[in-house]
Write a protein that binds this ligand. Structure first.
Ligand SMILES: Cc1ncc(COP(=O)(O)O)c(C=O)c1O
Length: 391
């Protein structure tokens, strides 16, 4: 049934929840297994009666609740929560590809996904070709009868380039490819890929969706048939989320819109301030008017996200600034309520060779900020005082 309520209302409450004892908050069914009263019930379950639960790796009511909410927020038919973003990516892609098949991916992508594509998938006989984020015409050069998937990630990490989702989908669908997008950086509050015709959306829910840096989780959203297949793959690969994690995920979703709205605002003001700073070579943020793809970002995004990347003189300047930040903490990850700073060559892109870094546009002078929800002036002051210490 179509839910006509606005995004923020659906984030809090889909409207049809009725928990036992009329609890307002979702119960945590922290149980690995479920009891059948008798063999007649077991038989009913085995025949497909969905009112019974069997084993938490197969399904659990706490997980089902988040799945329903995520499907609604992304505008999809169904969803599957997983134990991490990486589990979401591997589960979704292994529904679509097997030995001898090929994927075309935009570049750059998250370092972990890059390693999955270049180190692990080849061992399974799956080949991944890369096209530059802004050169989607090249997709046609790689398509052949083995190609199954076009994989997109936008905005890109850490340099916040924008992939034209509509254009990617148009090319992919012309060749019968399934499109899969990593929507982690944008969130469904800022960007709704399914509205542009994308087939499958995945997230690292560890980031904005859960939002409090206390959980590792992932989610896949798509058509009912696809999600049913993903459930079967997940059951075998084993990347299911535990019920307490699902509760934290659901709890985080309630405040997603207000958190992301504030993170959008903080990031924009910080990006504007730092783009005038004499010690900064470059600020990467799609919300800045001089970002080369600002118009495209405006077309496909409602807000530009909480990540801002700065380019400083060199690695030692970056380390100096990082070591002098007080409110903003030196930690990897992003999307939580706390502002964090990290050096891509020491975090998301650690260990990748020079050639790959160059192709991805990742430099040693980059400092990635994940803006939290603290007071904007405090964050700006923190950055200014740390930058003062840099020569
Ligand atoms: C864009 C993106 N996708 C996927 C992942 C992987 O998510 P997880 O760490 O939850 O497995 C990350 C993690 O940083 C990410 O930044």
């Amino acid at each position: 049934m179509k839910n006509n309520k606005k995004f923020s209302s659906r984030a809090v409450n889909l409207g049809d929840e009725m928990f036992p004892l009329r609890a307002i908050a979702e119960p945590i069914y922290q149980s690995s297994t479920f009891v059948f009263k008798n063999s007649a019930e077991l038989k009913k379950y085995l025949k497909g009666d969905k009112s019974f639960y069997f084993y938490t790796r197969y399904a659990n009511p706490t997980l089902k609740f988040v799945e329903k909410k995520m499907a609604s927020l992304e505008g999809g038919d169904a969803a599957l929560v997983t134990s991490s973003g990486m589990a979401a990516i591997s589960t979704a892609l292994l529904v679509l590809v097997s030995s001898g098949k090929e994927i075309i991916s935009t570049s750059p992508i998250y370092g972990g996904t890059y390693r999955l594509f270049t180190e692990f998938f080849p061992k399974l006989g799956i080949k991944v070709h890369f096209v530059d984020a802004e050169d989607l015409e090249k997709i046609e050069d790689f398509v052949n009868f083995k190609t199954e998937v076009l994989y997109l990630e936008t905005p890109t990490n850490p340099n916040l380039r924008i992939v034209d989702i509509k254009k990617g989908v148009k090319i992919a669908h012309r060749f019968g490819l399934t499109t899969v997008i990593d929507n982690t950086f944008a969130t469904p509050f800022n960007q709704k890929p399914l509205e542009f015709g994308v087939d499958v959306v995945i997230h690292s829910a560890t980031k904005y969706l859960a939002g409090h840096s206390d959980l590792i989780a992932g989610v896949v959203v798509g058509k009912k048939d696809f999600i049913s297949k993903a459930v079967e793959v997940m059951k075998l690969l084993g990347g299911c989320l535990d019920p307490l994690g699902a509760y934290l995920f659901a709890r985080g979703l309630k405040t997603l819109p207000i958190r992301v709205e504030r993170q959008n605002q903080n990031a924009l003001r910080i990006a504007q301030h730092l783009s005038r700073h004499p010690k900064i070579k470059k600020v990467y943020y799609p919300g800045l008017k001089d970002h080369p793809q600002h118009n495209l970002a405006k077309k496909q995004m409602k807000g530009f996200g909480g990540v801002v990347t700065l380019e400083l003189k060199d690695l030692s300047s970056t380390l100096k600034v990082l070591d002098n930040l007080k409110i903003i903490k030196n930690a990897v990850s992003l999307g939580g309520v706390e502002s964090l700073a990290s050096i891509p060559v020491f975090s998301s892109h650690y260990g990748l060779d020079e050639e790959v870094l160059k192709k991805s546009g990742v430099t040693k002078g980059m400092l990635r900020l994940s803006c939290g929800i603290e007071d904007t002036d405090d964050l700006i002051q923190d950055l200014d005082q740390a930058l003062k210490k840099m020569r």
